[in-house]
Design a protein around this ligand. Structure first.
Ligand code: RP5
Ligand code: MG
Ligand code: MG
Length: 279
């Protein structure tokens, strides 16, 4: 596996904090590196003890590598090390200790709904890419408010929440703005998309996300699932409207040149390959 890159971004997101620079060959914990002096940072938004965040180490006794009450502290990467009471990022050094913007020590579980359809040509058929001659997929993409980057409309799995529910809930909140409409409208949205989200979908990825918010002690993991509207008459007919942590939303052509948040473009590559679409 290539070493994480975005998890070593020089300036920590939403702050002026500079990570201790970690070269590629020092990412792995197995490389001895006595000179390593990571900076410590936990964002004020986490320190004010919101419900979604853990207390500080020492103030509570988390059960790592297991289901800790409703909080899932297991990792898709296997058993992670805990050193001096603090979990160690399974993908190596990031130049920063503490939790940064992440609420949980150790894995922070998210779910990423990749909703796709075929790009239509004027006659209603599939649009083929001029070079690859393969049909072009489109996916619902949101522009994140926090960093302005385009992304999959994913979000955190709430404690005890089924991932299948997180996928549908986050899509509704970020791409259909379900939080801002009346209960009746929300029920309508729910009905319209439940069929698509109840289909089993294609699990494109499950594991570590190379997220710029990652630290040595806290990191993102996700389950990315593709829900495909083959005939273009389920979600495709719904008006997209950005909501919650999304500033914009639109259908975007799937292509290898996409620059997306975290490791999202690698998830789309897996979807394109699976659906024999252009990449
Ligand atoms: C990424 O952060 C995941 O892949 C997911 O898309 C997202 C979840 O965080 P929030 O959108 O809730 O900030 O690592
Ligand atoms: Mg969200
Ligand atoms: Mg989100």
């Amino acid at each position: 596996m290539a070493p994480h890159v975005k998890a070593r971004c020089p300036e920590y997101p939403g702050s002026k904090v500079k990570r201790f620079p970690v070269p590629d060959n020092k990412v792995d914990w197995s490389q001895r590196w006595p000179q390593y002096q990571p900076v410590s940072y936990t964002a004020p938004s986490v320190l004010t003890k919101p419900v979604w965040a853990d207390p500080d180490i020492g103030l509570f006794s988390p059960k790592f590598n297991t289901l800790d009450g409703a909080v899932d502290r297991t990792s898709f990467m296997g058993c992670y090390k805990v050193e001096n009471g603090k979990p160690l990022n399974p993908c190596g050094r990031t130049g920063l200790i503490g939790r940064g913007l992440l609420g949980r020590w150790g894995p922070n579980h998210a779910a990423d709904p990749i909703v796709t359809r075929w790009k239509e040509d004027p006659k209603g058929g599939k649009t083929l890419h001029p070079v690859s001659r393969l049909p072009i997929l489109q996916f619902v993409s949101i522009k994140r408010k926090d960093c302005g980057q385009w992304a999959i409309p994913g979000g955190m799995v709430d404690p005890g929440e089924q991932v299948s529910l997180t996928l549908q809930r986050e899509f509704s909140e970020e791409a259909l703005n379900s939080l801002a409409v009346s209960a009746a409208e929300r029920a309508k949205i729910h009905d319209r998309i439940t069929k698509l989200f109840k289909s089993s979908g294609f699990q494109a990825f499950k594991g570590y996300v190379d997220d710029p918010r990652n630290t040595d002690n806290a990191w993102m993991e996700t389950v990315a699932v593709n829900f495909h509207d083959e005939s273009g008459n389920s979600v495709s007919e719904l008006p997209l409207q950005a909501g919650d942590d999304a500033g914009y939303v639109q259908w975007v052509d799937v292509d290898s040149s996409l620059l997306l948040y975290a490791s999202h473009s690698s998830f789309l590559e897996l979807v394109a390959k699976e659906r024999k679409a252009h990449w």
